[in-house]
Design a protein around this ligand. Structure first.
Ligand SMILES: [Zn+2]
Length: 117
């Protein structure tokens, strides 16, 4: 693995630890220790009063998932390619969003259509 990728991996791991701390403290605020991501929908209905904390929790959890995907891609060697069209994502975009897994074109398509539609 070259030094550039080593740096990217170190950054992603650091960022993941920070986010995991955020999630942990949100969960303590929400008093939902032991919940897993699969319980999010249920959790959401329980904590309407704590919507802001829940929103932070959800955003951080999603970011961790993205970072874990990016880390897998660092390990497997596909980090610089878009996971949809397999074209290079582009250095500038990866510098701005190191955990992105799609090129700008595919990202726009995804945001427009949504993965669930
Ligand atoms: Zn693409």
């Amino acid at each position: 693995m070259d030094s550039k990728l080593e740096n990217i991996r170190a950054w992603l791991q650091l960022r993941r630890r920070e986010l995991q701390r955020d999630v942990q403290s949100s969960m303590e605020d929400l008093k939902v220790e032991g919940h897993h991501l699969a319980d999010l929908e249920e959790l959401a209905s329980d904590v309407n009063a704590d919507g802001v904390i829940f929103e932070q929790f959800r955003t951080s959890s999603e970011s961790i998932e993205q970072i874990e995907r990016a880390l897998e891609r660092v390990e497997s060697g596909g980090y610089f390619e878009c996971e949809d069209c397999e074209q290079p994502i582009g250095g500038e975009r990866l510098e701005a969003i190191p955990f992105t897994t799609r090129c700008i074109g595919c990202q726009r398509t995804t945001e427009t259509d949504g993965p669930m539609n």
